[in-house]
Design a protein around this ligand. Structure first.
Ligand code: AHG
Ligand code: MN
Ligand code: MN
Length: 335
């Protein structure tokens, strides 16, 4: 290999290389993923700058932190919308930050609809903790109009899903339903390069992630499951550790790489979950399944849930298959 060719596979090259696995793709899918990468780079640049602004803020008014977080949520939202609008591949979008769906003008419209959480874990920004953007891609239903129904469909209909994580490095992870692949942004060239191919979630549980302070609201069964997990640790040997960041996207990414289960049970009396089905749970559930894992609301597969509202929330248990099944069994027993 010549020195000039001694570099990795870029995101665009990877999508084009895999296009044959999707015979109905007309090149628009690769364009869409590439443009999502562009949006990710633009948001990453703002996230990195906000750190500096935050440092200034700590010497000024306390308000600045709150405002900066809100500003970044809005910046991420507007950037994602604008880049995807201009991509020519998208007919409409649904965002965690917007009440209604965002239509794309007919002359710029394409075959896909995208649901997204522009900035997940945004309350962590002022603590310099990693955050991310999560997206779910569907084929539009109707060639003429896009309505809420284009988004109110089971997650099993996603054609692709992914996230961009703004952490110690910026990484883009996505699945096209065939494999889960991970790309890392090289700041010097401004390109995403393939760094992990066909990622599979380790089957053995190593990490548990949940907000333990929510225990008073947990449905019966969660305590029992946790006891069973902790019982695997002995005085001599710890096999399972607890890690909770509070940015779902970051908790999920670590668990995907290391082998971990993330739990966000619904409130025991209201039955309401916190995490959003369309923008957070469905895309991550799709990735988890393609990586050999599972995602459930405690009773049902997340990807089988039929949303009735754009901003519907659900309980979420996501990670290695056997662990998700174990949680379901404990919940059914209710001990
Ligand atoms: P967002 O920043 O998009 O509103 O999402 C925050 C979510 C998720 O990232 C995280 O896992 C969860 O909220 C944490 O909630 P708690 O503070 O209730 O644990
Ligand atoms: Mn979120
Ligand atoms: Mn968000």
């Amino acid at each position: 290999m010549s020195l000039a060719a001694d570099f990795g596979i870029t995101l665009t090259q990877h999508v084009l290389r895999n296009q044959h696995q999707h015979p109905d793709a007309r090149g628009h899918f690769s364009q869409l993923i590439t443009q999502i990468g562009v949006a990710g780079k633009l948001i990453a640049a703002q996230v990195r700058r906000a750190g500096i602004i935050e440092l200034w803020g700590t010497t000024g008014t306390t308000n600045v932190q709150g405002e900066t977080v809100q500003k970044l949520d809005r910046i991420a939202n507007d950037t994602f919308i604008e880049v995807l609008k201009r991509s020519g591949c998208v007919a409409a979008m649904a965002s965690e930050e917007e009440t209604k769906i965002i239509p794309v003008p007919k002359e710029m419209s394409g075959d896909y609809v995208v649901a997204f959480d522009p900035l997940d874990g945004s309350s962590n920004i002022d603590a310099n903790v990693s955050i991310g953007t999560i997206f779910a891609i569907y084929k539009r239903n109707n060639p003429r109009d896009v309505v809420d129904r284009d988004f109110l469909r089971p997650g099993s209909e996603q054609v692709a899903a992914g996230y961009i994580i703004y952490g110690s490095s910026t990484a883009l992870v996505y699945t096209d339903g065939v494999s889960v692949d991970c790309f890392t942004l090289d700041p010097s060239s401004g390109e995403f390069f393939l760094t992990r191919e066909d990622v599979k979630i380790p089957e053995r549980l190593k990490v548990l992630s949940l907000n333990e302070c929510n225990e008073p609201y947990w449905p019966a069964g969660i305590q029992g499951y946790l006891r069973s997990v902790k019982a695997q640790n002995t005085e001599e040997k710890r096999v399972i550790s607890s890690r909770h960041i509070g940015s779902l996207v970051s908790d999920f990414h670590r668990n995907l790489v290391k082998g971990g289960l993330f739990l966000y049970p619904p409130h025991k009396t209201t039955g309401r979950g916190k995490l959003r089905l369309l923008y957070e749970c469905n895309p991550l559930a799709f990735i988890a399944e393609i990586a050999g894992g599972a995602a459930s609301n405690g009773k049902q597969r997340i990807l089988d849930l039929l949303p009735t509202d754009l901003h519907e929330r659900t309980g979420l248990y996501i990670g290695p298959k056997a662990e998700v099944a174990a949680v379901e069994a404990w919940l059914a027993k209710g001990e």
